[in-house]
Design a protein around this ligand. Sequence first.
Ligand code: UDP
Ligand code: MG
Length: 323
Amino acid sequence: MANMRCDTEIKLSLVVPVFNEVKMIDLFVGKVSDELKRDPLINFEIVFVNDGSTDETLECLIKCQREDPRIKIVDLSRNFGKEAALTAGLQLASGEVVVPIDVDLQDPPELIHEMIARWRDGYEVVLGRRIDRNSDSLAKRTSANWFYRVHNKLANIRLPENVGDFRLMDRVVIEALKQLPESRRFMKGLFAWVGFRTTYIDYVRPERVAGSSKFNSWKLWNLALEGITSFSTVPLRIWTYIGLAISLTSFVFAVYVLFKILIYGVDVPGYASLMVAVTFLGGLQLIGIGVIGEYLGRTYIESKQRPVFLVRHIYEGLNNKWI
Ligand code: UDP
Ligand code: MG
């Protein structure tokens, strides 16, 4: 690689969005601190983003911060969703490398050492790629597969498959992400869009340690739509072609009907074929309008330029002094 980085001290920020995770916090902080303290060259901070939890998550975080000032807490004013919470965390992380990580220990912290090694080799992004998704249900695995397939066909950026938010990013990547102005943020897409020298490390994704998943099928479906409409306008354009194909067919049909009438005279009108044509075209038009509405809605929301998240309070901890 071009510019190898030397084995000097490194400032690492972990960014952890949390939403009703009171069962996980102590476990997570314990495991991560033990793991990171093994390498004396790592100075770290943990930026927790409390995404509007309704349980004791915030109290638990504050208690942890008293014991370890390397913890920084960003308390959002309500639940903004994981994408917004991640954005908040990335804004406030001050390390030279940043790793977003889930609190449920599904992203193994021991991999961070390997990620840092790759970073020292000169890479700016090190992705954690799941080689085995047996901890996910069959339905989730199949739908994820389909999502990547459809997305990568339609969008002009390629999403790496089986890669979540768990990754290491250099400061330059974080600064690039901060420049992206959109308020509807599909982080996987934005991560891929910014580019940079990227490599992978493979891992097996374990089960969630405690608590329950915050993503049901409906939320995942919406996230998938978000992803596709954020990075592709093919669903809009496709209607031009469908429309052309249908007009062409009906033109041919009209010519055929005309000749039929000229040759055989007026026929008894076909009720069934008429109904089929009317309902089919009606359905098609509604879908078309729906797709246009989806994009119009996005433009509308973006045009308001509302902030992605609102902060109630930041509990600084060390206040960017690194230990
Ligand atoms: N999360 C969040 N806001 C939300 C939903 C989830 O900050 O609205 C956090 C959650 O606390 C966890 C991470 O995002 O740290 C991943 O969530 P989860 O484990 O439920 O997702 P899954 O692993 O099932 O995809
Ligand atoms: Mg999880």
